[in-house]
Design a protein. Structure first.
Length: 239
C-alpha cells in the first residue's frame, strides 16, 4: 500500500493495463497463425497464477521496478483470454449461431466482472474486520470497520496519523490484500487444471454461413448443425 492519491493510483495501474493490451493482441495473432486455442488458455491461467503469487510478496517497501513487473505479468495472464476465448466457444457451433453465441458470451463475461469485484471486496472487508485488533486507535478502528476501509484507502494520502498507527493500518491493509492474492492464486491453479479437459477442436478456415443474404446452393442450418456435431465428435487438434 503506497498511500497515494486516486489519480496517481491510476497511473500506477498502467503496467497491468499495458500487459492486458499486449497479450490480447499477441493472443489474437498467435491464434490466427496456429489455429489452436487450448495452449493459450493454459498459458493464461499459468501466468495469472505466477502474477498472483508475486503479488503475495508485495509490501509497503517493495521497490517500484518489482511491483511494475509484477503487474505487467498479471496483466499478460488476464489479457490472453480476451482474444482466444470466444473462438473456442464458437468453434463447435454453425456460423448461423454466431450472434447468439457472442451475446451469451458477452453477458457471461459481464456477469463475471460483477463477481470479480464483489468477491474480492467481501474477502477484503472480512479479513480487515478480523484484524482490526492490530490497530491501537479505537476511534480509527470504528471508522474502518464494516467496509469503510475500502473507501478510506483513497483518503490515506491526506490523513495525518501517528507513525505507529499508520504502520498498523498499512499492516492490516497488506494482510487483507494478500488474502485476495492467495484466493486468486488458488482460482488460477484450479483453472489451469481444468483446461486439460477442454477439447481442442479444429478452427474453421472457410466462412460457411446463412446468417445474412442467402446464396444459391448455400447449406441449410440443419446441415451446418450436423457439420458442427461431426467436428465435435471427432476433433482434430493442432497440438
Amino acid at each position: 500500500m503506497k498511500t497515494v492519491s486516486p489519480s496517481l493510483s491510476g497511473v500506477y495501474f498502467l503496467p497491468f493495463a499495458f500487459g492486458i493490451f499486449a497479450s490480447a493482441v499477441l493472443g489474437g495473432v498467435l491464434l490466427t497463425n496456429t489455429g489452436t486455442y487450448k495452449p493459450f488458455h493454459a498459458a493464461s491461467f499459468a501466468i495469472s497464477a505466477i502474477g498472483f503469487g508475486l503479488f503475495t510478496l508485495l509490501d509497503h517497501g517493495t521497490p517500484k521496478i518489482a511491483w511494475v513487473l509484477f503487474q505487467f505479468i498479471a496483466g499478460v495472464g488476464a489479457g490472453l483470454p480476451l482474444s482466444t476465448l470466444l473462438p473456442a466457444i464458437m468453434v463447435a457451433l454453425p456460423e448461423s449461431r454466431v450472434a447468439g453465441a457472442t451475446a451469451a458470451y458477452t453477458f457471461t463475461k459481464t456477469f463475471g466482472y460483477i463477481w470479480g469485484v464483489m468477491v474480492p471486496s467481501i474477502i477484503f472487508n472480512t479479513v480487515f474486520n478480523a484484524n482490526l485488533g492490530l490497530i491501537s486507535s479505537e476511534e480509527l478502528c470504528f471508522q474502518l470497520r464494516d467496509g469503510a476501509a475500502y473507501a478510506y484507502a483513497g483518503e490515506m494520502h491526506r490523513v495525518r496519523l501517528p507513525r505507529k498507527v499508520r504502520d498498523e493500518v498499512i499492516q492490516v491493509y497488506t494482510k487483507s490484500l494478500k488474502t485476495i492474492w492467495w484466493t486468486g492464486l488458488g482460482i488460477s491453479l484450479a483453472g489451469f487444471l481444468l483446461v486439460w479437459i477442454e477439447e481442442d477442436l479444429e478452427l474453421r478456415t472457410n466462412l460457411v454461413t446463412d446468417y445474412g443474404l442467402e446464396r444459391p446452393g448455400a447449406s441449410s442450418e440443419e446441415e451446418l448443425v450436423e457439420e458442427a456435431s461431426a467436428r465435435t465428435a471427432s476433433p482434430k487438434s493442432f497440438v
